[in-house]
Design a protein around this ligand. Structure first.
Ligand code: AMP
Ligand code: MG
Length: 319
């Protein structure tokens, strides 16, 4: 059982050694906690898929500590420059043509690779000390709600990671926005921590594709994902139909008018801030999921800014 270690100089050095030796480290990022391995070591990366029971067709993100290292793993086109300047380090993942340095298991056999430079200081220190890119998905069993604290990781993957670095709760709280620069014009593959509005401002003519395709092109677009074990439905107040004796939990952006109707209530942001709501989303879902409810009702949030990523996660959770 891997212990949780506060991310400090000493634990980060030990974690870096584990990565170099082919082990698995769960580490904090500003989006969610990752489960990482040396991106250049296919056997180590294979352990990530085993630990998460993740299908081998679902590619990982390579985490780097600067733009120059990104160029070792991907052919970064010119159009990426303004994005890198504005959004790195931060919750923007770029999909580009891969280099020979990336083993096929990282990209699930695709000729493209997803690369991101996280902003969490512990993540950056770990990558720099390890001296290699770190391939990582979120540190949760495949399909479940992503972890935003070290405790979340320990509860579910405690025996699978060789170390869990604790860097506090994740500031952004939802996964990175994934933008494919391998498509022309660039295409958004996943809504996330960088609002689409901000990307559009920087890029001009991006085509936004967030519909969930019948047959997903990439596994991150799976219809059911980020899912609680408890059934979740997205309903506004008018459509609400709580049955006699039913234990219903409510997930809402702001406090409900009649909290007494519900067996449990999670408010994502008292002030209605979508950023604060995103940061609280996955913890709130986990708390509701632990309450043995018959059903979770999630109120829709406005679909702008971080609200787009929140609604994307809720829809996949409810699918
Ligand atoms: P996670 O952040 O845990 O969802 O894992 C990384 C996600 O990044 C995957 O599920 C995919 O959606 C996405 N991804 C990684 N590599 C690629 C790629 N080459 N092309 C498209 N999407 C990718
Ligand atoms: Mg994930």
């Amino acid at each position: 059982m891997a212990g949780i270690r506060i991310a400090d100089v000493k634990s980060i050095q030990e974690a870096a050694r584990i990565i170099r030796d082919g082990g698995l480290v769960s580490f904090p990022t500003e989006t969610v906690y990752g489960l990482g391995a040396d991106a250049g070591n296919p056997l180590a990366v294979a352990r990530i898929f085993e630990a998460k029971a993740r299908p081998r067709i679902d590619p990982l993100i390579v985490h780097v500590a600067d733009a120059d290292s990104a160029r070792r793993y991907g052919n970064i086109p010119e159009i990426a420059q303004p994005l890198i300047e504005k959004f790195w380090p931060g919750p923007l993942t770029l999909v580009v043509e891969k280099t020979a340095l990336v083993p096929p298991i990282v990209t699930a056999g695709l000729e493209t690779v997803a690369i991101r430079m996280p902003s969490h200081p512990a993540a950056l220190a770990l990558i720099r000390t390890a001296g290699c890119g770190i391939a990582a998905p979120s540190a949760n069993p495949f399909g479940y709600v992503s972890p935003t604290t070290a405790q979340h990781v320990a509860e579910q993957l405690g025996d699978k990671a060789d170390m869990i670095l604790d860097g506090g709760s994740c500031e952004v709280g939802v996964e990175s926005t994934i933008l494919s620069l391998a498509d022309s014009p660039p295409r958004i593959l996943r809504a996330g921590g960088v609002p689409i509005e901000e990307l559009s401002e920087t890029l001009g003519s991006i085509r936004v594709s967030l519909e969930i395709p019948e047959r997903p092109q990439v596994p991150g677009q799976l219809r059911r994902h980020y899912a609680t074990r408890t059934r979740l439905e997205i309903l506004d107040l008018e459509a609400e139909n709580i049955r006699e004796g039913e234990r219903t939990g409510l997930l809402a952006l702001t406090p409900p008018e009649d909290p007494g109707k519900y067996a449990a209530v999670e408010v994502l942001s008292r002030s209605g801030s979508l950023r604060e709501a995103a940061a609280n989303l996955f913890s709130a879902l986990r708390r509701l999921d632990a309450r043995s409810l018959d059903r979770i009702i999630a109120r829709p949030v406005p679909e702008r800014d971080l609200g787009i990523a929140i609604m994307d996660r809720l829809r996949r959770c409810s699918a």
